[in-house]
Design a protein. Sequence first.
Length: 94
Amino acid sequence: MTISVIHCFDHNYVLPAAVACHTLLEHAVTPDAVYDLHVLGSGITEEDRALLQKVVSRFPQARLSFRTPPANPIPSDVLPMCSLLCSALLWFRK
């Protein structure tokens, strides 16, 4: 079984995200599951990626991947119709 988890954050939340990943994997209730951890964020440096990879690599049942949202994911003709809850990260989920 594969369990996918998506974390959305920027450089300012790398440390809390690392703690969240560690806690999730340390207390995994399904020992035979593979955990696919996906990071969706911008401004995440190579050092940030290395820190997260170091945390996740301690757990053989986990895989880590990184995605960067496009600079302008919402077309300009759609933007006026979006409510306050419509963010770039929600739009990127397509």
